[in-house]
Write a protein that binds this ligand. Structure first.
Ligand code: 1PR
Length: 523
């Protein structure tokens, strides 16, 4: 029996699913006595450090946790569950950590995108019983803006390189904690987790395969989901956002089945977009939650869900906040939520006053679940202009002139799945959303969507140059070369595709094979 400490923030469902998939049963802590009586305790921390410590105090978990740690029984901290062990964090300097390991938690101060999101390797510093079965070259999934700094190197088990060398896991007796998420790290993560749950007799020292670890570029499979005219929830695919063919919604398969297939094929992440979420209230759309629940049972890579994440009043007048909607998604197995239409409205409001309200969906969700949990999905369309000063928006000079030879264009934000254009450009939207706390930009292109013509590199460069958070390039992938192009000609950290995967034109493995030796990916 594994005891799991859930303090109510983030996706503990994935950790439970991963543990259960390894044949163990899980008991979720409901009071301090459960911590004290645990035989093996797993503490998956997600969100913001201050919020986590406040809840641990409110629930009176701090003393039992310190007693448990002092008893040297098996403990696995994940992400914030590692950071919590230290004295304090720059993220919330006024509130103390558990102070079990002397040291602090610092924000990355590097010339790279922060959060550090994606698959990175490990530099092995000590042997451990959690390593048997690993080759040493595996990558694990990270998502964090802060990292621990131990006063004494003794407990450092592994480090990872990302602009600096940081501590990616610690081990002190039977206490172990990782900055990365084993439950989201595919087979390698499950292996490590299994070793923690059923420890092999002998510790193993993994062999270092390269001098430094490198963050992989991510390949993301995207599933646009909606009900067809018969009322079944299907994966569909638009052609410049038009998902109907001969009057019917295109049906490219079942969401749970396709997600499983992409996991097996090596997708680094899976994104579900409820593309009619702007119309319907997503919490009434229970099948979407069910899709997440079922998918997260056997897909152990990060899951993002978008569509309809906004405040809502139902027909009985009951108000739901975007945070409540997001919470349901996280509880059902999502790791990140993606906000589309509402992000545009939030940015427009912000630009009117120049001041954050503190109450927008982006700010509220980021405050509780951390910036890394908030993706902003942008649906821009190109608007050509003759001269740069013609509009107040961020224009670019384009190598692909418009229909009347226009040499400049800007990227107009749209809402409601491209149905409504707004007086806001994609570059400004991305900048405002970063300021408000978004952790990642999912950058679609209505012009390129479903065309197989390749990504809009000019759009991606314009947005990536304007923000420091990671940008996911989306729309237009038609051949493996397009992935190489987007990773070498832009700063995109991930590339997302849909149609070529759904139609089985190019398997994810082919994309990775083509990129091998050219671009760092997760094998
Ligand atoms: O506005 O917060 O409710 O979120 C709705 C979400 O649904 C947004 O993220 C929006 O991008 C998405 N969406 C709305 N309508 C459509 C549509 O297609 N009619 N899908 C839609 C957008 C775009 C991509 C697609 C890539 C790759 N899909 O995610 O998967 O373009 O396609 P490709 O590789 O085949 O070119 P809200």
């Amino acid at each position: 029996m594994i005891t799991l400490l859930d303090y109510g923030a983030g996706n503990v469902r994935s950790v439970i699913n991963a543990i259960e998939s390894l044949g163990e049963t899980v008991k979720v802590v409901t009071g301090g006595e459960d911590i004290l009586s645990a035989e093996k305790l797993v503490f998956p921390g997600v969100g913001a450090f201050g919020n986590m410590m406040r809840i641990l105090h409110e629930k009176k978990y701090v003393e039992p946790l310190l007693t448990y740690l002092g008893s040297d029984r098996p403990f696995l901290g994940i992400c914030l569950g590692l950071q919590a062990l230290f004295d304090y964090s720059e993220e919330a300097p006024d509130i103390k950590g558990l102070g079990f390991i002397p040291g602090t938690v610092k924000r990355f101060s590097i010339d790279l995108s922060v959060p550090h999101i994606g698959w990175n390797g490990l530099n092995y510093k000590q042997p451990s019983r959690v390593f048997p079965g690993l080759q040493g070259s595996e990558k694990f999934y990270f998502v964090h803006s802060y990292h621990v700094v131990a006063n004494d190197p003794g407990p450092i088990l592994t480090t990872t390189d990302y602009g600096c060398e940081f501590v990616s896991s610690i081990q002190k007796g039977n206490i172990m904690a990782t900055q990365f998420h084993p439950e989201k790290s595919g087979r390698a993560g499950l292996r490590l987790l299994q070793n923690f749950l059923q420890p092999p007799a002998e510790p193993v020292r993994c062999v270092q395969t390269s001098r430094k670890t490198v963050l992989a570029k991510r390949i993301i499979a995207c599933l646009d989901v909606r009900s067809n005219d018969q009322g079944d929830l299907v994966v569909t695919k638009g052609d410049q956002y038009d998902v109907r063919e001969d009057g019917d919604v295109r049906n490219l398969g079942q969401p749970v089945e396709l997600a499983r297939r992409y996991y097996q094929e090596g997708a680094d992440e899976i994104t579900f977009l409820n593309i009619t979420g702007f119309r319907d209230f997503p919490l009434e759309d229970m099948p979407m939650l069910e899709i997440l629940r079922q998918t997260s049972r056997n897909v152990f890579v990060p899951l993002t869900i978008g569509g309809g994440i906004r405040d809502y009043t139902d027909t009985d007048g009951r108000k739901y906040s975007a945070l409540e909607v997001a919470t349901e998604y996280f509880r059902s197995g999502a790791d990140k939520v993606s906000i589309g239409s509402d992000a545009v409205i939030i940015a427009e409001d912000y630009l009117k006053t120049g001041r954050p309200t503190g109450r927008s969906a982006i700010e509220e969700i980021a405050r509780v679940y951390g910036n890394q949990a908030v993706v902003v999905s942008i649906d821009p369309r190109r608007v050509y202009v003759k001269a740069p000063a013609e509009v107040k928006h961020a224009e670019i000079e384009t190598a692909r002139p418009g229909p009347d030879g226009e040499r400049y264009c800007w990227y107009q934000c749209t809402i409601k799945g491209g149905r409504e254009g707004r007086d806001l450009d994609a570059v400004t939207l991305a900048q405002v959303c970063e300021k408000l706390g978004a952790g990642e930009i999912l950058l679609n292109s209505i012009d390129r969507d479903g065309t197989n013509l390749g990504f809009d590199l000019e759009l991606i460069n314009a947005v990536a140059a304007a923000v420091t958070i990671p940008v996911i390039a989306s729309s237009g992938a038609g051949k493996v070369e397009h992935f190489y192009e987007v990773f070498t000609a832009t700063e995109a950290e991930a590339a997302l595709a849909a149609g070529i995967f759904h139609r089985r034109e190019i398997p994810i493995g082919d994309v990775k094979n083509y990129l091998a030796d050219k671009v760092e990916t997760r094998c």
